[in-house]
Design a protein around this ligand. Structure first.
Ligand SMILES: NC(=O)c1ccc[n+]([C@@H]2O[C@H](COP(=O)([O-])OP(=O)(O)OC[C@H]3O[C@@H](n4cnc5c(N)ncnc54)[C@H](OP(=O)(O)O)[C@@H]3O)[C@@H](O)[C@H]2O)c1
Length: 311
């Protein structure tokens, strides 16, 4: 983990916005000056730093082309970049998400830190190539930073294409994804035999199945990990509804349940970033605050699990 210190001008401005927004958000207090540090982790294959909180787009960026919805998502995306965001994750599987991103991104300021990640989700070489090109045009970007094979679909075919694209500079990193416990055995053997830069999987305080398997393989092989479903699709909040945070959460600059859940995920040594999805500006502000200040250590992580499981 590489804390950003001293702050660049952009981060200094983002920090000010974070303080202002956390004071404006009900139930969220700004704990101490140590929360001003933006946490980044290095991608093992390149050493490039990536902020630990990214943004997912499944369901939140799906809908009809309603100007009010687009305007809200624009504000969510602007808050993401203003508060130091980097990775945005999408997929052709997510309905209108890539189209909405393409409409919104040109209107966003301070987006130099964008780390554009999408997926290929189809069968066949040519169909994969065409789908990736269509995604690029929808986003309106020159190239993707990361292209992931979605849920292992036709992975052998796409891996060859992606290796060629990477060699030619068409993408920067190659990844593969899974979610909610599917294909873990297959994925383990694929990762042992083939080279990937990124692995995306489901990991959160209630679903820790990957700790003993995929996360240790990723660490051994120097593969960056993206944690999807960090809130178990929002169901973690239902479990803690109406409950106050334990006092020990202050020890790692955590002032909301959202920060508690995200800090748990990104403090695992194998995890590079979490990609919570939200359709609300105040939730984005909350999520981005989780990428600042101290993270729980190994002892505190065990304490978090015990506390959560006792509820
Ligand atoms: N196989 C794959 O490749 C795969 C599979 C699953 C997911 N993913 C990726 O991972 C991303 C995240 O997963 P997910 O969208 O399934 O679920 P998630 O991020 O675990 O949960 C999203 C839910 O949490 C709520 N939420 C967000 N921030 C909150 C906050 N601070 N306080 C309270 N509620 C909050 C959102 O509601 P509001 O809108 O009200 O904030 C939304 O209902 C996806 O969007 C997608 O990009 C990839």
């Amino acid at each position: 983990m590489k804390p950003f210190n001293p702050l660049t001008r952009r981060q200094f401005i983002a920090t000010g916005a974070a303080i202002a927004s956390s004071l404006a958000m009900p139930g969220v207090a700004f704990a101490s000056t140590s929360t001003s540090t933006l946490i980044q982790k290095a991608i093992p294959k390149s050493g490039e730093d990536l902020p630990v909180i990214g943004m997912g787009t499944s369901r939140t960026f799906e809908g009809s082309n309603d100007p009010q919805l687009i305007n809200t998502l624009k504000q969510v995306t602007q808050a993401f970049f203003d508060l130091g965001g980097g990775m945005i994750d999408s997929s052709p599987m997510y309905g209108s998400a890539q189209q909405f991103l393409g409409q919104i991104l040109p209107q966003i300021k301070n987006k130099n830190s964008l780390f554009a990640a999408t997926k290929v989700w189809t069968n066949g070489r040519q169909s994969g190539i065409e789908q990736m090109e269509q995604s690029r045009q929808l986003w309106g970007i020159e190239r993707f930073d990361l292209m992931q094979i979605h849920n292992l679909v036709d992975w052998e075919t796409h891996l060859q294409t992606l290796q060629q694209m990477k060699a030619e500079g068409g993408i920067r990193y190659i990844g593969i994804t899974t979610s909610h416990g599917r294909y873990h055995d297959d994925l383990q053997s694929i990762l042992r035999k083939h080279k990937f830069d990124f692995l995306q999987l489901s990991y959160n305080i209630a679903d820790r199945e990957v700790e003993q398997s995929l996360l240790s393989i990723a660490q051994d092989k120097g593969i960056a990990v993206i944690a999807n479903r960090p809130y178990q699709r929002g169901s973690l909040f239902r479990k803690v509804k109406g409950m106050t945070l334990p006092d020990f959460a202050q020890e790692f600059d955590c002032s909301s349940w959202g920060q508690f859940f995200l800090k748990f995920v990104v403090s695992h040594p194998a995890v590079n970033c979490a990609i919570p999805a939200t359709s609300k500006v105040h939730h984005m502000q909350d999520n981005m605050q989780a990428g600042r200040g101290r993270l729980p250590d190994a002892r505190q992580r065990q304490q978090m699990i015990r506390y959560f499981e006792s509820l």
